[in-house]
Design a protein around this ligand. Structure first.
Ligand SMILES: Cc1ncc(COP(=O)(O)O)c(C=O)c1O
Length: 456
């Protein structure tokens, strides 16, 4: 049976420029442009194995997301910093009034030192009471010490964290407003089981114990959060997450006697990595449908309960950033082993430049930018430059390949789409490859700050 990749190989002209598919690209006169700049020119002037980042696309995404929720009375969007830590990316979103979501003390320090005027910070993640010798304060201690001067909060990931924080607040005679991360994955219909996401958050079955611990403590719970995973392609799962979260919020409000004010729906909004309309591995919804269906569900439950409307928080990473970056690489060799698709060998490395292509067989669309109007006629596997056999952008052994492209020759420029989410942080120096540089479409280098921030 043919796999999804082979079922549908759209021609770039069918999706270039289309919202949700390849919005920042344009095809004219046999050339592809990224934010109005010719790919061919970029490759000639800056070389290949480069990332190009569009902050304009990021702003368009941010505005579209806010627009999608504009009819809901209280909405607080947050950016999941893990998706793309470049300060230029995070600051652009902060300037568009996004808060920042962090998952450990390092991301928190980064947020505090590299970003300006962050409206609010949400601290998630496991092991928040952990501290290493190099740190003077762990994440929970840091949030407690900053809560008066900054709009900062945390969501408890475990009973252990609640116990630890309760003791700390008692000792310091301090109050703390916080949230609970619920683990709803086992309650979502058709959720993959057993799921890796099942270790994050507190299962609802433990709520009686949580309520007992929190009653009459110095901790006031005002938020309920649930993140059921990333790239969730079925809208029904995200809607069910919102529904369960509102139901538990109503229940906890009654049992604790203080109101849950915020529902944090987590991340998970998925992107169209495949460029065919209605591809079975793409999300079955748009951002507008996500906003409409989740808010509808929350409003419905809120109306039944007669309480104040919840503030909706989301922590989005992938959807905001994936389509903001492309990777330009060059075909360097074509190899034709017997009884296999021919291999295009490139000067890039999937193992480091698009690590998820190797790590989780993530499909990233690839276009031959030298022949953008020619019909895709030939299936290829596409490889990176390193000595590891798994260094492949597209390989027929899984859903990443093979790829149908026009007849491709050494020297042809290839564009790898949608690499803006999670790929930068997963780079490494395998084979001593330097990390690929990042440029703006105008050719200005984007430098990264030193990650080893020791104190603030
Ligand atoms: C707790 C939490 N919130 C939000 C996100 C962002 O998810 P996404 O990139 O799917 O929007 C993640 C990343 O997986 C996460 O772990």
């Amino acid at each position: 049976m043919e796999r999804f990749t082979q079922m549908s190989t759209p021609h770039p002209k069918d999706y270039i420029g289309k919202k949700d598919f390849a919005e920042p690209l344009k095809l004219t006169d046999n050339q592809i442009f990224f934010e109005g700049v010719s790919i061919q020119n970029l490759a000639e002037t800056l070389g290949t194995r480069i990332y190009v980042l569009s902050l304009d696309q990021l702003k368009r995404n941010a505005q579209r997301l806010q627009e999608a929720f504009k009819n809901y009375p209280s909405f607080k969007p947050c950016y999941a910093l893990a998706a793309n830590h470049l300060p230029q990316v995070a600051q652009t979103l902060v300037d568009q009034k996004f808060g920042i979501e962090v998952v450990n003390i390092y991301e928190l320090r980064y947020t505090l030192t590299q970003l300006k005027n962050v409206p609010y910070i949400i601290c998630n993640g496991a092991s928040k009471s952990w501290s290493s010798k190099r740190q003077d304060k762990n994440l929970i201690q840091t949030v407690i010490s900053l809560q008066k001067e900054r709009n900062i909060t945390l969501n408890f990931n475990s009973i252990e964290e609640i116990k630890y924080t309760k003791n700390l607040c008692q000792k310091q005679n301090t109050e703390l407003e916080a949230g609970i991360s619920l683990n709803l994955t086992h309650h979502i219909q058709n959720y993959e089981k057993p799921s890796g996401a099942a270790r994050f958050g507190i299962p609802p079955e433990q709520l009686p114990q949580v309520i007992k611990l929190l009653k009459n403590s110095k901790i006031k719970i005002t938020t309920l959060q649930s993140h059921i995973g990333t790239q969730i392609t079925q809208l029904q799962k995200l809607v069910q997450n919102a529904q369960l979260l509102s139901q538990y919020a109503t229940q906890i409000t009654k049992e604790l006697g203080t109101a849950i004010e915020n529902l944090n729906l987590g991340g998970g909004i998925a992107v169209n990595y495949y460029k065919a309309e209605n591809h079975p591995l793409n999300p079955n919804y748009t951002i507008e449908e996500y906003a409409q269906k989740t808010t509808q569900q929350i409003i419905k439950i809120h109306q039944e309960s007669n309480a104040n409307p919840f503030t909706i928080i989301i922590e989005t990473g992938r959807w905001l950033t994936a389509n903001t970056m492309i990777l330009l690489i060059k075909a360097t060799e074509i190899s034709q082993p017997p009884q296999q698709y021919p291999w295009i060998v490139t000067d890039g490395s999937a193992l480091t430049d698009t690590n998820d292509a190797v790590w989780i067989a993530q499909h990233f669309e690839i276009i031959n930018a030298t022949k953008p109007t020619q019909k895709p006629t030939q299936y290829y596997n596409i490889a990176g430059i390193t000595c590891d056999t798994n260094d492949t952008f597209a390989w027929s052994k899984n859903n990443t390949g093979p790829r149908k492209l026009p007849k491709t020759q050494p020297g042809d420029i290839l564009i790898v789409l949608d690499v803006g989410a999670y790929q930068l942080a997963l780079r490494n120096n395998f084979n001593l490859l330097p990390k690929a540089p990042i440029y703006t479409p105008e050719g200005k280098p984007i430098n990264e700050p030193n990650m080893e921030i020791s104190s603030f």
